[in-house]
Write a protein of this length. Structure first.
Length: 369
């Protein structure tokens, strides 16, 4: 069996053809293709405003700036997430309070979050990890009760829904990543969402040297060059044309794994929420004998991936006083990392490959009985 990748983008000839046309147009920086890409997504997710950006890490940084969070303000961030959720907030001069998560869907543990609230706590970050849907209603109510602004990181959850509303549109600000391994990709890139015109203008100025329009050399505020480009947008438009198929295949893959592995006592899946319609970026599971299983699958040419390493254990934050680790031993985060693996989840997967992966997992555990 040829090596089965854990994740890879889905391309066909449409991306190559479209990029070739854009290159021949000689306009490859941010322009009409970027505007079209934004408008397609804006309509799809029913967001009042969207702003493309060159990557989602900088998108998160802009979210903090747009909300006018000040130096040493505190933001509550999940402990089990990708590192940029923390580094982007440090870049904005905030203090990050790490919060334990719920094991069933990786949502913020609000019991722990309550202990983290202080007079300096101004915001909270929702992360829909691996395409799961966080406990939106509870977190939004918690934020409202504690007068917190909400940054919603749906980097891994493009087109997931909760109560028929798209993830990434619940927070004061939010957005998505289009990195090379995401549900759709533009190579690098991201997109911010908001429903407030003031926030929208701030996003536009932050990404474009402190001005709302190109070609005007009067700058209202300090801004940077976080612009998108038409080559990336062209790839994105071609990807969006296949979106229905991609989302359908993502759901099929996760459901196929669940149907065929759910009865294995050594495996635990995330808990489904009747109000949620997630788009599983990865099928992420908890397993017994994780490292032995990973090693075995590797010998069978099946690539898997670890969960993210908990933020409170990251060497880069060990001595950083702006990353606050308190009121928890983060046992759940540690256990999820120790026992969690992500199965192959590419849209490119054929049914016979899925059957092969499932058979090999079953063979591994049967050999240990």
């Amino acid at each position: 069996m040829k090596k089965i990748k854990q994740i890879e983008p889905y391309f066909d000839s449409s991306e190559l053809h479209s990029v070739n046309k854009t290159l021949k147009s000689t306009f490859i920086t941010e322009g009409k293709k970027t505007e079209l890409f934004e408008n397609i997504i804006k309509k799809k997710i029913n967001s009042k405003y969207v702003v493309s950006i060159n990557n989602w890490t900088l998108g998160l940084y802009c979210c903090a700036r747009v909300l006018n969070l000040k130096k040493d303000d505190e933001i509550i961030v999940p402990n089990l997430t990708f590192v940029s959720c923390v580094t982007s907030m440090l870049m904005a001069n905030l203090k990050v309070k790490l919060c334990e998560i719920k094991p069933e869907n990786y949502s913020l543990d609000l019991t722990h979050a309550k202990k983290l609230i202080s007079k300096k706590t101004k915001a909270i970050m929702i992360v829909h990890l691996f395409g799961e849907c966080s406990n939106i209603t509870e977190i939004m109510n918690f934020a409202k009760k504690n007068n917190l602004m909400v940054i919603e990181d749906a980097a891994q959850s493009f087109c997931g829904k909760y109560k028929n509303k798209y993830l990434g549109t619940f927070g004061d600000v939010g957005g998505f990543s289009f990195y090379g391994n995401k549900t759709i990709t533009t190579g690098e890139g991201g997109l911010a969402t908001c429903s407030n015109i003031k926030y929208y203008k701030k996003f536009k100025m932050l990404k474009n040297y402190g001005r709302l329009e190109k070609g005007i050399y009067k700058h209202e505020t300090i801004g940077y060059n976080f612009k998108f480009n038409d080559v990336a947008a062209t790839i994105g438009i071609a990807q969006l044309a296949k979106l229905k198929m991609i989302l359908k295949k993502k759901k099929f893959i996760d459901n196929f794994y669940r149907k065929n592995l759910i009865n294995l006592k050594q495996i635990k899946f995330s808990k489904k929420n009747k109000n949620a319609d997630p788009i599983y970026w990865f099928t992420a599971i908890q397993v017994k004998n994780k490292y032995a299983l990973k090693k075995f699958l590797d010998t069978k040419n099946i690539e898997t991936r670890d969960f993210f390493y908990p933020m409170h254990l990251q060497k880069c934050f060990k001595k950083d006083k702006n990353v606050i680790k308190k009121d928890s031993n983060f046992k759940i985060s540690i256990n999820l990392y120790k026992n969690g693996i992500c199965l192959p989840s590419s849209v490119n997967l054929k049914k016979k490959q899925l059957v092969y992966i499932i058979d090999q997992i079953k063979n591994f555990y049967e050999s240990r009985n």
